[in-house]
Design a protein around this ligand. Sequence first.
Ligand code: GLP
Length: 232
Amino acid sequence: MKIERFDSKEELYARAVAIMVEAKHNGATTFGLATGGTMEPLYAKICKTDIDFSNCISFNLDEYVGLQANHEQSYAYYMHKHLFHEKPFLASYLPNGLAADPLEEAARYEALLQQHSLDFQLLGIGQNGHIGFNEPGTAFDSLTHLVTLEESTRQANARFFSSIDEVPTQAFTMGIQSIMRAKCILLMAVGETKREVLERVLASDYTENIPASVLSKHPNVMILTDLQVEEN
Ligand code: GLP
């Protein structure tokens, strides 16, 4: 894993945009996308560039179960609001959080992913080390699946909802193996709330207790952070 530290968020996000532009320039056409507060400034900056994704395909990491696509906190809504309205892709896929049969939906999404190998994957990180919605303890060989969210994850995301009771209890997520198949991964850990987890990831061994620690085995991972953390 390569890590780049920045003194300002402005520089960090400019670098993230440059990395995505370069990936596209080098032929990437299939992008794995992430949501969350960390990605909002990135997408805002991308919208101001002339990058054209109209020949590209996107796959989102995850989606809540039970929210309509037009619910303001669904990830489908988030992606339209922050990126797709300005930068449409040829096709954009997200898990369907309203699917009647969760097992079938997870299998459908995984099959789509396997048909279009990801050239580039964006990742944020949860305070418990989750990537996508793969909570601690998730098997490193997991594929797309339904998860029950940890209470701490619901608490962390409650800031986007009017109350914690409205935060869904379940979500679909790409599995860890699905994420690790991407050719290149860009993880962004921004802000003080990510210091402890980033230090744990950098100091830890490869362990399913810290999902992001799997990235140490990936040949092409870049971490961008505004935290002055030590690398082991
Ligand atoms: C969320 C998402 C992740 C995201 C992470 C961090 O729960 N499922 O994909 O990367 O947690 O979110 P944020 O950027 O808001 O801190």
